[in-house]
Design a binder for this molecule. Structure first.
Ligand code: MRU
Length: 349
């Protein structure tokens, strides 16, 4: 196994290097960010995306932020750092990992009230790097845990991009597909193109092809037809935020896939690290859904496809009720129903 699959972000000597995913699969270009604002802009404009990758980007943005606060006064440092934390946390609302990473770094400042500022900066950078390294390790573990749900020769449908590019490396749902293929080369994948941003067509297909895993690209509209003809054995998708009862927010359209899977008796799995679980939310009704620019719907690749003046809606995520989910693959095992109980137990481990 390679020790690097397709890392979309790295810390390089005081710079945050971000692979600009808007240019993939045609061009591989890194954005060099030296300020938290540049990282925030990369998150907002989707140069980097995917809940765990956004969490890592937020953590590294705060390491840059800590370096930019030029004071010896701990009170002033805390106040300015807290302001940057607020901006980073609000870059995108739906993914839970961003707020989780920000809280983790902010608590370092709170827990070390008398630490000299250079030491604090060092602790913040070390924690941000730890978040990145842990994400890769967790994904590799999740891949192994997911093997138990993948039958021999399975044809796995995935949606959006929950791959290395959506994480620090390796991927969540795509990580399970990687592990399954390594164990059984007769496994193959279907990737939905994922309108409107086409993460499936541009990114998942790119990643799977690079890994030598057989993949077939389909339109989102083809899912029901393929399932009705017995062409899909199971679905594995990622998650942006999971409520305490298992209701799961993921890329818009996931809910449609889940209902179709339910109708056709196709197992539907979520693969996500525990950092995506938000226990403060009882159910999915409280998950904030990002509304993006309607231009992403009316245009394709910068070219207008809908009549000028048409009204368009662009919710970026939807919520799949836990009822439709066969299991949640995490780094500590596959969680089954009742999710309220199994999720609580997984978070205690
Ligand atoms: O809008 P995006 O591209 O950030 O949405 C990404 C998804 O919905 C992914 O499926 C999710 O973040 C899981 S990534 C491991």
């Amino acid at each position: 196994m390679p020790d690097q699959w397709m890392p979309p972000i790295k810390w390089d000597d005081g710079l945050v290097e971000i692979l600009d995913q808007r240019l993939l699969p045609h061009k591989e270009k890194f954005l060099s960010c030296s300020t938290p604002e540049q990282v925030i802009s990369a998150i907002k404009k989707m140069a980097i995306r995917g809940a765990p990758a956004i969490g890592v980007a937020g953590a590294l943005a705060l390491a840059l932020g800590a370096r930019s606060i030029l004071t010896d006064d701990p009170g002033e440092f805390r106040q300015k750092f807290s302001k940057i934390c607020g901006k980073v946390k609000n870059a995108r609302p739906t993914g839970a990992n961003l707020g989780w990473a920000v809280e983790r770094l902010y608590s370092i400042v709170i827990e070390n009230p008398r630490a000299p500022i250079p030491q604090l900066r060092g602790l913040i950078l070390a924690e941000a790097k730890a978040i990145l390294a842990e994400d890769v390790a967790v994904n590799v573990r999740m891949g192994q845990r997911g093997l138990e749900v993948v039958p021999k020769g399975a044809k796995i449908l995935t949606y959006c991009n929950a791959g290395a590019l959506a994480t620090a490396d390796y991927g969540t749902a795509v990580g399970v597909i990687r592990a399954a293929f390594a164990a059984d080369p007769s496994v193959s994948a279907y990737s939905c193109e994922t309108r409107p941003f086409l993460q499936g067509a541009r990114l998942t297909v790119f990643e799977l092809m690079r890994a030598g895993i057989p993949v077939t690209l389909i339109t989102d509209n083809a899912v029901g037809s393929l399932m009705s003809r017995g062409m899909i054995d199971l679905v594995i998708v990622g998650a942006d935020r999971i409520a305490a009862n298992g209701d799961t927010a993921n890329k818009i359209g996931t809910y449609m896939v889940a209902v179709l899977a339910w109708t056709h008796n196709v197992p539907f799995y979520i693969a996500a690290p525990r950092s995506t679980i938000d226990q403060s939310l009882e159910d999915g009704a409280g998950i904030p859904i990002e509304q993006r620019d309607p231009d992403e719907v009316t245009n394709l690749n910068g070219k207008r496809i809908a009549p000028l003046g048409v009204k368009a809606l662009n919710p970026a995520f939807d919520v799949t009720p836990g009822k439709y989910i066969s299991g949640i693959i995490t780094e500590v095992g596959v969680l089954r129903k009742p999710f309220t109980k199994t999720i609580r137990k997984a978070l205690q481990q």
